[in-house]
Design a protein around this ligand. Structure first.
Ligand code: T5A
Length: 215
């Protein structure tokens, strides 16, 4: 991967934690602070990667092999990195991304119980040393998140998984946050939205301050 100047911020969490709601808030914060940024998501973010997203999320009668799922996730990521993320960062823009490779560790590693080492090898192959500068992990007890997600209507292929799957997802996210404290900020997403957003604003203020000090 080539040199970059903008910051790469990812937002992570289990189902229904409020990523979509809070991504809009984060985007507003960046805009108010005059930051040029690109907002995108995984899986997806380019026409081809969005087609892969549909393959991954659609419910189907044929069971999906966990390894096929993992490879599709990384195929979409390779395309997204080359077409969207890297060019934006190299142009000095920030990138705000709804989920990234930490979701792969959480869902395919935790949820599907695939070998974390195999995920690490694919991460290295597709990304080299490229990692997020900051990951906001929205954390919420699984049952509360599923209740929020369920209230929205039809469930996708992942949302139809059992409670134990999502408990493993959450455990991996929290474990990664502990292991990579420079990358992660854990945001308690269980409170009212105003409180969650006040916490996000606090974290962003620091990041914006540090970015301003560097430039
Ligand atoms: N995936 C992804 C993998 O398996 N591997 C990978 O590597 C990657 C990248 C993608 C799926 O793909 C999987 C994981 C996912 O299952 P997604 O759309 O990114 O799907 O994931 P979802 O979790 O399904 O995202 P959603 O957009 O559907 O949910 P959000 O964004 O977490 O929740 P949001 O903002 O829609 O909020 C849900 C509801 O809660 C309310 C909102 O108003 C909304 O109604 N809400 C609150 N209510 C009370 N208090 C608060 N603080 C609230 N915050 C939000």
């Amino acid at each position: 991967m080539t040199e970059r100047r903008g910051l790469f911020i990812t937002v992570e969490g289990g189902e229904g934690v409020g990523k979509t709601t809070n991504l809009a808030f984060i985007a507003d914060q960046l805009r108010c602070n005059g930051v040029a940024f690109v907002q995108t998501r995984e899986p997806g973010g380019t026409p081809l990667a969005e087609q892969i997203r549909a393959l991954l999320l659609d419910t189907r009668s044929e069971p999906v092999a966990p390894m096929a799922e993992l490879l599709l996730v990384f195929a979409a990521r390779a395309q997204h990195l080359q077409q969207v993320v890297q060019p934006a960062l190299e142009a000095g823009k920030w990138v705000l991304c709804d989920r990234f490779t930490d979701a792969t560790y959480a869902y395919q590693g935790g949820g599907r119980q695939l070998n974390q080492g195999a995920i690490g090898e694919l991460e290295q192959l597709v990304q080299g040393s490229f990692r997020p500068d900051l990951t906001l992990l929205l954390d919420l007890p699984v049952a509360a998140g599923l209740e929020r997600a369920g209230a929205r209507g039809e469930l996708d292929r992942f949302e139809q998984e059992q409670l134990a799957f999502f408990e493993r997802v959450r455990a991996v996210y929290l474990d990664r946050a502990r292991r990579f404290p420079r990358q992660f900020r854990v945001i308690d997403a269980s409170g009212p939205l105003s409180q969650v957003q006040a916490n996000i604003e606090h974290v962003l203020a620091r990041v914006l301050g540090e970015a301003g000090a560097r430039s």
